[in-house]
Design a protein around this ligand. Structure first.
Ligand SMILES: [Zn+2]
Ligand SMILES: [Zn+2]
Length: 184
């Protein structure tokens, strides 16, 4: 029998593990089991692969009054960036999921009540981690254009040419120009 390493989990199973990690922490923070089991009913999924700015999204059911009394039953689904499950980002991922669950408790915006819940999660580095995660995703999505300075031919590549490639036609070293990002 071959044991599967944790990294070989199906993404959906991995998402479940992250959810359990967040729920365990929420119990320690004093959330009622009933609240947690309501949150547990919410469908979890993934954002588009090329998202960079958004790391998690809570989607309320369409047509509800966002100013009214809201709770987990009004949530259609929560989507997270799949890269957040990677080992390097997992702690940040737990924070993001907790942040989304705070929205699910009935707070669509980032107002004072929302922040009071969110603050319970003791992680002083989450903002910094968020910026790092965005940078990481941008880097990953970046496209380099290898450009011939003479004939202006452009070749889109995932990596820099780093002076290692020449234009076939002109026999001149191609230059690297970053194409900041793929479309969001
Ligand atoms: Zn939010
Ligand atoms: Zn050329």
């Amino acid at each position: 029998m071959v044991l599967r390493a944790e990294t070989d989990l199906e993404p959906e199973d991995d998402l479940k593990l992250l959810k359990e990690q967040v729920f365990a922490q929420m119990l320690l923070l004093g959330y009622a089991e009933e609240t947690i089991s309501e949150l547990g009913e919410i469908t979890l999924g993934f954002l588009r692969r090329d998202a960079t700015q958004r790391h998690g999204v809570t989607r309320f059911h369409p047509g509800i009054d966002l100013k009214g009394e809201l709770g987990p039953k009004n949530i259609r689904r929560v989507d997270l960036h799949r890269e957040i499950l990677a080992e390097d980002w997992r702690d940040y991922g737990a924070y993001v999921l907790y942040h989304e669950y705070c929205h699910c408790l009935g707070y669509p915006g980032h107002g004072r009540d929302f922040r009071a819940f969110e603050r319970l999660w003791r992680d002083d580095h989450s903002q910094k981690k968020g910026r790092q995660f965005t940078d990481y995703l941008r880097q990953r999505n970046a496209v380099w254009n290898w450009i011939c300075p003479t004939c202006k031919a452009v070749h889109a590549r995932r990596k820099r040419a780093n002076g290692r490639y020449k234009c076939r036609k002109c026999d001149i070293i191609l230059l690297d120009v970053e194409n900041s990002n793929l479309a969001q």
